[in-house]
Structure formats: C-alpha cells, structure tokens
Design a protein around this ligand. Structure first.
Ligand code: HMG
Ligand code: MG
Length: 291
C-alpha cells in the first residue's frame, strides 16, 4: 500500500471560521499563499454559508479573487445549499477557468444537524442533492463531509452504523470522496476503527478522508488508527487553527505540522516543505484568539 499521504488543508476555513475577530482578506490570502508555497495542493479557503451564521466567512468571494491560479492548486469552499452554490459560481465568474471544488456537509447526528444546518439529516440530504447535481453538470468536483462521526455535542456518542448509513445515503446521490469529521475531538483510536470498519462496508478506504479535531489530544492517535484502516488523506489546519474564540490556545483542528512530523516518523511521506509549513504556521498563529 502507498506510503504517500495527502494532507488536505482546512485551516483558512475550518480553522478561521471560529475566530471572533474578522480577519482581513489580505491576511487570509497571505496565509493561503504561504500554504501554496509549502506545497499543499488542496486548500479549503472559505465558505458560502449564511453571513448571520458564520460572519468570518463572509469575505470568501474576495479571498477567491486574491488567489494565484497558476499552480494547479485545488481551492475548495463549503457550500450548504443552492444559494451558496450560486454565490460561489458568481464569485468565480471573473476568475481563471479551473475546475474548482465544492464541499457539501451533513451530520451523522440529528442534534448537530439541527444546530449547524437548522434541519434534519434527511432534509439536509435533500438540500445538498441539487447542489451535487448542479456541480456535476458543470464538471465541478464535489467533496462530502459527515460530521460527528464518533460523538455529537448534543446527542452523545454516535453509533458506527449511523455514520455508515449517512455516508451510504450521501453516496447514493453521487460517488464522491467523503471526509469523516470528529467534530468535537472526543474520538479514540478504538472507536475510530469501529466507525471506519462500518463505513468501509459502503465506501472504499481510498475515497475516505479523516478529519480530526484535537480537543481531546487524540487526533494523532486517531490518524494512526485510520492509516491502519487504509486511509491516506487527512484534513489538517496549519498552526492547529480553530477551537473556541473565547479560549485562546484551546486546540482546534489537528495541526498540519504535527501530522506531517508524525507521518514522517512512521515512514510516510507528504511531499510538503517543513520549513515553509512552519512559516505558514507563524502567520496562522498571529490570527488566533484575539476576540
Ligand atoms: P436557515 O436560517 O435555516 O436558512 O439556515 P434560510 O434558508 O431560512 O436562510 C436564512 C438567511 O440566510 C436568509 O437571509 C438567506 O437568504 C440566507 P435573510 O432573508 O434572513 O436575510 N442564506 C444564505 N446567505 C448566504 N449564503 C448562503 C445562504 N443560505 C441562506 N448559502 C443555512 C440554513 C444552511 C443557511 C445555515 O444553517 C448555515 O449557513 N449554516 C452553515 C453553518 C456552518 O457554516 N457551519 C460550519 C461549517 S461545518 C463544519 O465546520 C464541520 C466540518 O468541519 C466537519 C467536522 O468538523 O465535522 C465540515
Ligand atoms: Mg471541522
């Protein structure tokens, strides 16, 4: 099996979306350019969601306008509904014609679905269906997220079968890569393993990504468990961006640099430039926790 692992950088989106202070377009673009310099090929740069729900992401159209499209980097954005898809399409209209990627997101628990999307899981799947179909019709890549794959902040532990069921229903709409989110960082390697074994009954490991938040300090161990299950894509955030804006220094997404170091110690390679990642991490850390 390949020893190459792809790190999918989510810092500019998942990391920054929790920051209370609105970060300027220039600062975000500077971070993304530093990530490109470090060799990252997949970077989630923002979201086209409701400004009332996530004010930090409201400048994503201008972030897209500030990026360099010559290096073949996949700049992805989150899109919750057709309104978001149309806003993304409009933002892209004046930009160079590259395929681009959108990510749709649903949850494996009803409590989180309600809190994050204001609808049930079944409703969320119907809401993303036209987005996926429109993207496919236009040759746009689609990624799917499933949140709360081990635990939900409202409903408690998530059964592996519940995750497998939502993954299967999402993949019935279309075959796509699926990122499995331990949204609140409560998973453990054993539970991650059980969850992945249930999901792999529907989707091969080669189409799955691990998305671990490091709240419980288990993210690196969970990544090792996922490697054992055959996963080779992990979502990470440079500088460990994310966490609670009211608790400076609280852990967010697992840090790109920490994952890179662990992978190399285990004999995997990422193709990233460690010194350049460290420079991006310095920029990322300058954005954190100044509410
Ligand atoms: P709603 O209030 O039920 O929707 O929110 P609505 O259709 O009634 O719209 C409410 C208002 O939002 C309206 O404006 C709409 O026009 C507007 P108003 O009439 O009040 O002025 N609106 C939009 N504006 C901009 N872009 C849009 C859009 N859609 C509606 N796309 C909605 C439903 C889905 C919009 C809302 O719940 C939402 O935006 N949720 C997003 C929440 C979010 O971004 N969460 C973080 C990302 S997910 C995540 O972090 C997990 C992940 O990292 C994996 C993991 O860790 O597990 C991916
Ligand atoms: Mg996340």
């Amino acid at each position: 099996m390949s020893n190459h692992v792809r790190l999918y950088e989510v810092g500019p989106r998942d990391g920054l979306q929790n920051e209370a202070r609105i970060i300027s377009v220039e600062h975000k673009v500077g971070l993304i350019r530093a990530l490109v310099q470090a060799g990252l090929k997949d970077i989630e740069v923002g979201s086209f969601v409701s400004e009332k729900w996530v004010p930090q992401m409201a400048n994503t159209d201008r972030v897209l306008a500030g990026l360099d499209y010559r290096g073949g980097v996949n700049y992805a954005v989150l899109v919750p509904n057709m309104k978001g898809f149309e806003a993304w399409r409009e933002a892209r209209a004046p930009l160079p014609r590259i395929p681009g990627e959108i990510a749709v997101f649903v949850a494996a628990s009803e409590g989180f679905s309600k809190a994050n999307l204001n609808c049930t899981i079944a409703e969320s799947l119907e809401r993303v269906r036209p987005v996926i179909e429109a993207a496919q019709a236009e040759g746009v890549k689609v990624r799917g997220y499933v949140s709360c794959v081990t635990d939900c902040p409202f409903d408690g532990p998530t059964a592996p079968e519940a995750v497998a069921d939502v993954v299967a229903r999402l993949c019935e709409i279309a075959e796509m890569p699926i990122s499995l989110g331990d949204t609140i960082g409560k998973g453990t390697p054993e539970r991650v393993q059980s969850m992945l074994r249930a999901v792999k009954a529907h989707v091969p490991a080669g189409r799955l990504a691990g998305h671990f938040h490091d709240t419980g300090g288990q993210a690196l161990a969970n990544i090792e468990a996922a490697l054992e299950e055959g996963l080779r894509v992990f979502d990470t955030a440079v500088g460990g961006l994310g966490g609670c804006p009211y608790a400076p220094g609280a852990p967010g997404n697992v840090a790109t640099e920490a994952v890179m170091d662990r992978l190399e110690a285990l004999g995997y390679e990422t193709g990233l430039d460690r010194a350049a990642i460290a420079r991006a991490a310095t920029i990322a850390k300058s954005m954190r926790g100044r509410a």
